[in-house]
Design a protein around this ligand. Structure first.
Ligand SMILES: *Cc1c(COP(=O)(O)O)cnc(C)c1O
Length: 370
């Protein structure tokens, strides 16, 4: 069994993907070919955003988004500690300082803790923005986050790397905040066959600045550079692959939701199953369970591996305890909820092509060994 079986999806789209890749080969437009523009239009309409800009990865999307705010070291950007490293790494890459926030029982940023961190900010820092993450596929609480952002005059960047395809009261992920980003890393809900990412906004000025940053701070022409940027383009071949995959994507999100429902029904007597808030539809980038304790998780994982059922721990070390952020002087105990979750959480196979018999096997084993 595989944790994410991309081969089964490939069987479905094989011929279409080959044809589209062949089209790029025939055109020889490997950089900024017509498929890139076609994909950007398609993604903007999918998320109901005015503008979409594709780029080289989710990390790069975050970096471009944050570079547009021209951060200085004293500029604090609030970010949950329970997320993938890139969510906070990008703040430092763009020149700012991350301030870590605890999470709530949905694993997303805890708004109460967020406001506390804003009002107790170090005197040598200046509050500038918030990165909210749609962790495991569930949108963060943008209504609440927006109230806080408005109160303190902060920008919001939505890290929708895992959330793409999800929604909150029928508003799609990557429609929230001033700028949203997503990732097309192969294992994400919508993945390409290499690295890829996208940036979304409704703000024309932001769009112009980010477009310039994406190609070396380009001005009016190719050799007119008006700011420091980077080489952030998406390959045309990756865009062609995504154009094929987006056609089956809604179906896949639906299947993920059916599987998640089945998992929850069978497992919620024994494990703490994911808490999806009212009105939200997750894209189920991960399906995560909580065990009773650190030792309990260790035992469960050993038992699963004996049966060759794959599982993963997202995330074993919250970001405030990562050595790369040692210079910020956080310690264990600072963000108790995410530290506790990091000790007890694990994720089981989740992808749209899981078969009934595999779900039986996974759930049967998990119930038996509990
Ligand atoms: C995967 C991920 C990223 C980074 O995306 P890449 O395409 O791998 O650079 C950023 N944030 C979150 C929450 C992610 O899961």
């Amino acid at each position: 069994m595989e944790f994410i079986n991309l081969g089964r999806q490939y069987e479905v789209i094989k011929y279409d993907v080959s044809e589209r890749i062949q089209g790029v080969l025939d055109s020889q437009k490997f950089i900024m070919g017509k498929e890139v523009v076609e994909l950007e239009n398609s993604l903007a309409s999918y998320t109901n955003r005015k503008y979409c800009l594709t780029c080289g990865s989710g990390t790069e999307a975050l970096q471009i988004a944050l570079m547009s705010y021209e951060l200085e070291r004293k500029d604090a950007v609030f970010v949950p500690a329970f997320t993938f490293f890139a969510s906070a790494e990008s703040i430092v890459l763009a020149g700012g300082t991350p301030v870590f926030v605890d999470c709530d029982e949905s694993y997303n940023i805890d708004c109460e803790n967020l406001e506390k961190k804003i009002s107790n900010l170090d005197a040598n820092l200046r509050a500038k923005g918030i990165i909210a993450v749609d962790l495991f596929g569930q949108c963060a609480d943008y209504t609440e986050i927006t109230k806080i952002a408005d109160k303190y005059g902060l920008f919001i960047v939505e890290d929708g790397a895992q959330g793409f395809g999800g929604s909150d009261h029928n508003i799609k992920a990557c429609k929230f905040g001033d700028i949203s980003i997503t990732s097309f890393f192969p294992a994400k809900p919508l993945g390409c066959y290499g690295d890829g990412g996208a940036i979304f906004t409704d703000d024309e000025n932001k769009m112009d600045v980010m477009k310039s940053i994406r190609i070396h701070g380009m001005g009016s022409g190719r050799y007119d550079n008006v700011r420091i940027g980077l080489n952030g383009r998406m390959d045309t071949i990756q865009a062609a692959i995504l154009l094929s995959k987006i056609e089956i994507f809604d179906d896949e999100v639906k299947k993920r939701n059916e599987i998640a429902k089945e998992y929850t029904k069978r497992l919620n007597n024994k494990y703490k199953t994911p808490f999806v808030k009212e009105g939200k539809i997750s894209s189920w980038a991960q399906y995560s369970l909580l065990t009773d304790s650190y030792e309990h998780r260790k035992y469960i994982i050993e038992e699963l591996s004996k049966s060759e059922i794959p599982c993963m721990i997202y995330y074993p070390i919250p970001l405030h305890l990562q050595s790369a952020f040692g210079y910020l002087n956080y310690k264990r105990g600072d963000l108790p909820k995410c530290e506790d979750y990091a000790d007890r959480i694990f994720s089981i196979p989740m992808h749209p092509y899981l078969e009934e018999q595999e779900i039986d096997e996974i759930c049967g084993k998990l119930i038996n060994v509990h």
